[in-house]
Design a protein. Structure first.
Lengths: 322, 142
């Protein structure tokens, strides 16, 4: 943008600060048990205060209340949002941003205060103002402005029941994002991260291939019978290069361990405990310890291993407390 | 869900909440969007989400807020009352990730009888999805 365009743009957006997004409106549905139950069901919220009328009647509240986090829901426009959303003042402001290249939209913060709990039958009225525009700021997503709206919620008696500050970032997507926005397919190629691939070379590929089949093998010297791990070409005891293998039962105990906290690698579960496992056969193996809190892991703890598929591409032995 | 509500005096700064792992599925994302009457296409239509540079549909803020509230009341019990949620959004929750929610009591206000719990939801692919502080009121007496 030229300096003239910048000042023209700035003047246009700043003119929206303090404006009402229309008059106070009544929510399409008053607070009701059906919408409460539908919400609690999806959120997995088993709080009987929301959905168990008998419990609620006996409780100090003397009846069902709506989850506080439904406050904004009572003000939603609903299905028209995906057909022809209403062009209100807030939408108009977004359109100004978009006409100057700020096409990205990202909800970044909400701060919601609940003044009282809502009950079935309560009416919810809402009123939104565009409270502030902060920027331009350089953000992780690109250059952008934060639009802050404040919505106040009142009931049938005009008493305040809550307030929400909603912060949205309008940003200029970087070129790569724009290409993705245009193509879509490129974005579709983004894959969930998987674990770092095992290094498979001439001397150890056979070991990893057995893991892929669900078995952990231990290399055995054909000349003197000594077991060894990790795989290597020559016996350290007798220098023979003839070998075969046995399958481990994966019974063992923790010889040593560490919890990896930082940096976090994409594709790994956290908390992540990695141990050196002393196998019953006598060799040691580096593997994940899972199935218990990291604080419960002890040196000498008996463990049993299983070869498991840990992501789309990776099979690994993992050890669980016995 | 803890059916016995915690008492204000029984909670201390530094107390940790039981961890909650949530599988983020298409069903949860679409279900949360529709139950919250949020029909913005990026929350139910893959193509619309890909048009804004994401690999798939992503969770709406109202659902994240709801999960954060549930996580804290699951621990505190049914008679706890939510007073505020200050929520900051980070990496998107898309189908296939697992979000691990953890929390810790960070402040108490004796006069108001309120407790502040700091909550973080980390997804295993892209990192922190949500972070915030939930304020709730707990009964003082048994």
């Amino acid at each position: 943008m030229t300096p003239e365009e910048v000042s023209e743009f700035e003047a246009k957006i700043r003119a929206y600060v303090g404006r009402e997004n229309g008059p106070r409106q009544r929510g399409k549905d008053d607070v009701n048990v059906a919408m409460i139950r539908h919400w609690a069901e999806v959120i997995g919220d088993q709080n009987p205060a929301y959905t168990d009328p008998d419990y609620a009647a006996r409780s100090p509240r003397k009846g069902i209340v709506a989850p506080a986090t439904m406050l904004q829901i009572w003000s939603m426009e609903g299905y028209p949002m995906c057909q022809s959303p209403k062009v209100d003042v807030q939408r108009e402001l977004h359109n100004v941003f978009e006409s100057y290249g700020y096409t990205g939209t990202l909800g970044t913060n909400t701060r919601t205060e609940f003044y009282r709990e809502l009950r079935p039958g309560d009416q919810v009225n809402f009123h939104t103002i565009i409270d502030n525009i902060v920027g331009p700021k350089k953000t992780g997503r690109g250059m952008g402005y934060f639009i802050e709206t404040v919505t106040t919620f009142t009931d049938q008696n005009d008493e305040p029941v809550g307030r929400q500050v909603f912060r949205v970032l309008k940003f200029v997507p970087p070129p790569q994002d724009a290409a993705q926005a245009a193509g879509g397919q490129q974005a579709a190629a983004v894959e969930a991260a998987t674990r770092i691939a095992s290094p498979r070379g001439h001397d150890n590929a056979w070991w990893w291939e057995a893991v892929d089949q669900g078995r952990v093998l231990i290399q055995r010297c054909k000349a003197c019978g000594t077991l060894r791990h990790p795989p290597r070409p020559m016996c350290g005891e007798c220098q023979s290069i003839e070998w075969d293998s046995i399958e481990s039962t994966l019974d063992g105990e923790v010889f040593s361990f560490t919890e990896i906290s930082y940096p976090r690698f994409p594709g790994y579960p956290y908390p992540l405990v990695v141990g050196v496992i002393q196998l019953a056969e006598g060799t040691r193996l580096v593997a994940g310890i899972t199935g218990c809190e990291p604080s419960a892991v002890r040196i000498g703890m008996k463990v049993k291993g299983k070869v498991e598929q840990v992501d789309e591409k990776t099979w690994l032995p993992q050890f669980y407390p016995v | 869900m803890n059916r016995e509500t915690l008492r204000y005096g029984g909670v201390a700064v530094g107390d940790r909440l039981p961890e909650l792992k949530i599988d983020i599925t298409t069903g949860l994302i679409v279900g949360g969007a529709i139950a919250s009457r949020d029909f913005t296409p990026v929350h139910h239509e893959t193509k619309a989400a890909q048009d804004v540079g994401l690999p798939d549909i992503f969770m709406n803020i109202i659902t994240s807020n709801g999960l954060m509230g549930r996580f804290v009341t699951d621990w505190a019990g049914p008679q706890a009352t939510l007073k505020s949620i200050d929520l900051r959004l980070g990496a998107p929750n898309v189908p296939g990730v697992v979000m691990t929610v953890t929390g810790e009591v960070v402040a108490k206000d004796d006069a108001a009888g309120t407790v502040d719990v700091s909550v973080t939801g980390e997804n295993n692919v892209w990192g922190t999805h949500m972070a915030g502080v939930v304020r709730l009121e707990l009964p003082k007496e048994a």
